[in-house]
Design a protein around this ligand. Structure first.
Ligand code: G
Ligand code: G
Ligand code: MN
Ligand code: NA
Length: 253
């Protein structure tokens, strides 16, 4: 069977699962939230990572369905964590096709209502390239999500081509600085300068800066010293299945 057909069937068979990578608020060291990362528990091929099926979802017209399935799983899990005494913000990655779908904002608001979660508990991560594709429609969709109270993050920030003028007019709430800059900032004065100036830019625009890809304590400390808001990376934790994430949260408490 073709992978696209198998993916189509996977939605109804609970084969999509999410792993969650925690983010810390620097300063207080509180757990700020988690990023949901999709995996496909394929019946023959085992656990597949997004690079094995995201393009297939896109090219076979299944992306909208995948995004809504991921959103639903992430919000159900977030509801369960809140009920268990762990209120967390959850970040979900969205794709280009979602942002040109005029029904997407209403869909998101409806899913939040079903899971009885405030819009402020959700952040949608978009990439810069995604925003360049059909800019006017994407901005209109983001504006409606933002007006509803949903957080909007620019993922992999610094690797795209968006001008600062464009960035300043986007309805976004946070930048996620790409790990290409963060991972080597301790050894690289050049990358440290990029982190510092992106931090100034973020704060001047009223945005939260999340540093991705912190792989050691020295990097986390350097980010805290610079005044970075949040950090994510293997040093804190790899993406974890929900049962393991609960263990991680309890161990920190
Ligand atoms: O954690 P991982 O190596 O699996 O993530 C690889 C890439 O897949 C990342 O760029 C991430 O943004 C993307 N990704 C992970 N989950 C999703 C998802 O639910 N939807 C989309 N569109 N992309 C995702
Ligand atoms: O593009 P996006 O930021 O959504 O991608 C998330 C991806 O980054 C996931 O594949 C996740 O496993 C990976 N990732 C998260 N933290 C680290 C890290 O500290 N180092 C590296 N190399 N990858 C990371
Ligand atoms: Mn992301
Ligand atoms: Na990223």
């Amino acid at each position: 069977l073709e992978l696209a057909e198998q993916l189509r069937a996977a939605f109804g068979r609970d084969e999509l699962v999410l792993h969650y990578q925690p983010k810390l608020t620097l300063g207080g060291d509180a757990v700020a939230g988690v990023e949901a990362l999709v995996r496909w528990q394929h019946p023959q091929r085992g656990l597949l990572y997004p690079d094995a099926f995201i393009d297939v979802a896109q090219s076979s017209g299944l992306m909208g369905e995948l995004t809504v399935a991921v959103l639903d799983l992430a919000l159900a899990q977030t509801r369960a964590w809140a009920d268990g005494g762990h209120p967390l913000e959850v970040a979900v990655n969205v794709s280009p096709s979602d942002l040109v779908d005029e029904r997407f904002p209403d869909e998101v608001v409806a899913r939040l209502r079903v899971h009885r979660l405030p819009a402020s508990s959700l952040v949608l991560e978009v990439t810069e390239s995604l925003l360049m594709e059909d800019r006017e429609r994407a901005v209109a969709v983001l504006r409606r999500l933002r007006d509803a109270g949903v957080g909007i993050a620019i993922d992999d920030y610094g690797t795209g081509y968006s001008s600062l003028a464009y960035l300043a007019e986007l309805p976004v709430t946070e930048l996620k600085l790409d790990r290409a800059f963060v991972g080597t900032m301790v050894e690289s004065p050049r990358n440290q300068a990029i982190v510092t100036s992106t931090l100034q830019l973020s704060h001047a625009l009223g945005l939260r800066l999340v540093a991705e890809g912190a792989e050691d304590q020295a990097t986390v400390d350097a980010l805290a010293d610079l005044g970075c808001d949040q950090v994510q990376g293997y040093h804190l934790s790899r993406p974890l299945p929900p049962a393991e994430l609960i263990g991680w949260l309890r161990a920190r408490a």
